[in-house]
Write a protein that binds this ligand. Structure first.
Ligand SMILES: Nc1ccn([C@@H]2O[C@H](COP(=O)(O)O)[C@@H](O)[C@H]2O)c(=O)n1
Ligand SMILES: C[C@@]1(CO)OP(=O)(O)OP(=O)(O)OC[C@H]1O
Length: 162
């Protein structure tokens, strides 16, 4: 079907542990705990990578960058996002806008959101005005509310390149 727009959705979750830096949206946030993962565990960029890959029907982050591959141990997720988006562009799609929610009981996201927006806009080559990042607590409910992890939900609208 030759439609001009496609939507992609992404989700990711990582455990909060001691002894790791907390990196979200490429921003290192001072905090007592960090996110556990094979890569830098940037939960926002992983959900976003899945959203842009999903919109282009290109599978998911694990298919392109397997967590069993030692090449990606400690990987910078900004590099992975850029590489995934290059594949999306090669498939003929470009991002129109992005919206994501970081489900975190702590820390407060809003002071860091502008820096995350700047990183994502730079990595995708799109204006900051089309990137929206927001934080939400889990009202102390469940594993997110107990500060055992952070989750992200993201959507991306893609348009066919001219
Ligand atoms: N990690 C977070 C959580 C929330 N915020 C901001 O606070 C507002 C209220 O959040 P509730 O979960 O209590 O509804 C939310 O709209 C955000 O502006 C945040 O920045 N970081
Ligand atoms: C990023 C990758 C690859 O190193 O690993 P993790 O950092 O563990 O992240 P996750 O979101 O669990 O899976 C995606 C993997 O491709």
């Amino acid at each position: 079907m030759n439609v001009p727009f496609r939507v992609g959705q992404g989700f990711d979750v990582h455990a909060l542990v001691e002894g790791r830096p907390l990196i979200i949206g490429g921003v290192t946030i001072p905090h007592t705990h960090g996110l556990k993962g094979h890569s830098d565990a940037d939960v926002l960029l992983h959900a976003l990578t899945d959203a842009v890959l999903g919109g282009a029907a290109l599978g998911d982050i694990g298919r392109h960058f397997p967590d069993t591959d030692p090449v990606y141990a400690g990987a910078d997720s900004r590099v992975l996002l850029r590489a995934a988006y290059a594949k999306v562009r090669e498939a003929g799609w470009q991002v129109v806008n992005i919206d994501a929610t970081i489900h975190a009981q702590v820390p407060k996201i809003s002071p860091h959101a502008p820096a995350m927006v700047a990183n994502i806009a730079a990595d995708l080559g799109i204006p900051e005005s089309v990137v929206n990042i927001k934080g939400k607590t889990n009202e102390h409910l469940g594993f997110l509310g107990r500060k055992e992890g952070i989750a992200v939900t993201a959507v991306a609208l893609l348009a066919r390149q001219a």
